[in-house]
Design a protein around this ligand. Structure first.
Ligand SMILES: [Ca+2]
Ligand SMILES: [Ca+2]
Length: 506
């Protein structure tokens, strides 16, 4: 969401710069086996023309630039000392001869490359690259594929089973986030639900301006954010408005969620606004950000941007209609960040699409309508590239950029729902406290917690999985006065142990 101009420049240089870490062999069965591209190439996965159950890579050489290609950064390097040979299966639909180059980079030694010629119309041919023939040795982290370099003829080619003979390291399965912990379906009418959302209206730069050269004021009026027909509308308008003593010609809204969380899946069904100069975003910031006027700043603000970490689930620019982008900003790269990926979807401004972030301790996966377009997964996580082990909150806004069309009057981003899922609290109790007691149960005032072990914190969830309250600082009881009667789950944390007790509030 930040530093729009440098983002835009980088966007034109690297249309789809994706830094995916992945392991050899590559058979494209894992949705994170995505090649990054440059020079006008494009990459996607698809079924094999000879076996619809086998996923393969489609490598499109556009012939629009002198040099173009495809690369993938590996979580575990290729080790030529163990095995100097790499094989891959290649398939072309035309009868021409093609040159397929394999280049190894970012290694112990200088980059090395082998080129092989192949004619393989409508059939798979295995190409064998023996790097011992050019003295290759040591480890390499990046594998690059170059097809028909220098040729002016475009073509789409299929590749599968890129194999260096190594055995992948089994990684633990990703957590499954299917337990709803927070949501807003926007079923009401009128203004936003203020138990879920906060209107951020004070400009963050000297109380006067927003980032990226944006020219709007954000207001807390229902005109700019309201619920109608089952969805939230954030309406950007052309109108003269004064806030903090500064008069501007456009208004809009910027919402902060009053819910923050670490790890989980966020699903947002939304429709973008329309018009050159509109700049909507569905995004997140670290709860610890010290940003002026932000909902959490007074209670949790300790850390500036970008060290707090920013997650842009989706951004859209009106002058680049239907291109949606996901990006990360943190100390390792911010402003014109390299940590981003996007794709074209059809009808971003006229149809609802489901924008999803799946965020666990290992990686973030961004998708639209279930199709992954970006995975962020630094091989070595540091505070610089991975401040994402702490709570983040959601922001929804529509910004106006200086290139707004002169005939723009208003346009809305519509959000049908936002849903946050985490792992089922009942499924992750690893070790329980055998002497744990919660009483009285049912209760309508206080629930006492007793155990020989020190209780670190407790969390209370309602029957839909929504987090109702968290109490830390070694609680001995939970005050449940004012909470609606019903069935609840109380999760109790003590060291490694997590116990869940059913409680009834009456
Ligand atoms: Ca395959
Ligand atoms: Ca809805």
């Amino acid at each position: 969401m930040k530093n729009y101009y440098s983002n835009l420049i980088t966007f034109f240089l690297f249309v789809c710069h994706i830094a995916v870490a992945q392991q050899m062999p590559l058979d494209f069965s894992d949705s994170s086996q995505i090649f990054s591209v440059w020079g006008g190439s494009s990459f996607s996965t698809r079924p094999s023309p000879t076996d619809s159950n086998n996923t393969i890579g489609q490598f499109f050489h556009s012939a629009s630039a002198a040099e173009q290609g495809f690369y993938i950064d590996l979580i575990r390097p290729i080790d030529l000392d163990s095995n100097s040979t790499i094989t891959l299966a290649f398939y072309a639909e035309d009868p021409q001869q093609h040159t397929v180059g394999l280049k190894l980079e970012q290694g112990d030694n200088a980059p090395i490359q082998l080129n092989l010629n192949v004619t393989s119309q409508n059939s798979w041919t295995t190409l064998t690259y023996d790097f011992s023939t050019i003295g290759g040795n040591g480890n390499y982290n990046r594998l690059t594929i170059l097809i028909d370099i220098g040729s002016s003829t475009p073509g789409a080619f299929f590749i599968d089973n890129i194999d260096d003979g190594s055995i992948p390291i089994a990684s633990p399965p990703d957590p499954i986030y299917n337990y709803l912990v927070w949501s807003d379906e926007f079923d009401g009418t009128g203004g936003i639900n203020t138990s879920n959302w906060f209107h951020q209206t004070i400009p963050i730069i000297n109380g006067q301006d927003w980032a990226n050269g944006e020219i709007q004021h954000y207001t807390d009026r229902n005109i700019n954010a309201y619920m109608e027909n089952g969805s939230l509308k954030i309406l950007a308008k052309k109108e003269t408005y004064t806030n903090q003593g500064v008069t501007k010609q456009y208004t809009s809204a910027r919402l902060n969620s009053k819910f923050a969380f670490t790890y989980g899946k966020v699903e947002i069904r939304a429709k973008m606004p329309y018009g050159i100069g509109t700049f909507p975003a569905l995004w997140m910031l670290g709860q610890n950000i010290t940003e002026t006027g932000g909902y959490w700043a007074a209670t949790h603000g300790t850390t500036g941007w970008p060290d707090c970490g920013e997650i842009d689930i989706i951004e859209h620019w009106g002058e680049n209609q239907d291109f949606v982008q996901s990006a990360l900003h943190n100390r390792s790269s911010f402003g014109g960040t390299v940590n981003k990926g996007g794709r074209l979807i059809s009808n971003a401004s006229t149809e609802f699409h489901i924008y999803t972030l799946d965020w666990n301790s290992n990686k973030m996966t961004f998708s639209v309508d279930g199709i992954v377009h970006y995975v962020y997964n630094p091989v070595t996580k540091t505070i610089q590239n991975w401040p994402y082990n702490a709570p983040q909150y959601l922001l929804f806004n529509v910004a106006i950029l200086p290139n707004i069309a002169s005939n723009f009057t208003e346009s809305a981003m519509e959000i049908d729902y936002v849903r946050v899922y985490q792992t089922n609290p009942l499924s992750i109790d690893k070790k329980v406290l055998n002497d744990l007691k919660v009483y009285p149960n049912p209760s309508h005032t206080i629930i006492n917690i007793s155990s020989q072990s020190v209780i670190d914190k407790v969390k209370l969830y309602d029957s839909t999985g929504k987090l109702i309250l968290t109490k830390d600082k070694k609680p001995k009881d939970v005050n449940i006065m004012g909470i609606r009667s019903g069935f609840y789950l109380l999760k109790i944390y003590s060291g490694e142990a997590i116990s869940t007790k059913k409680v009834v509030i009456n």
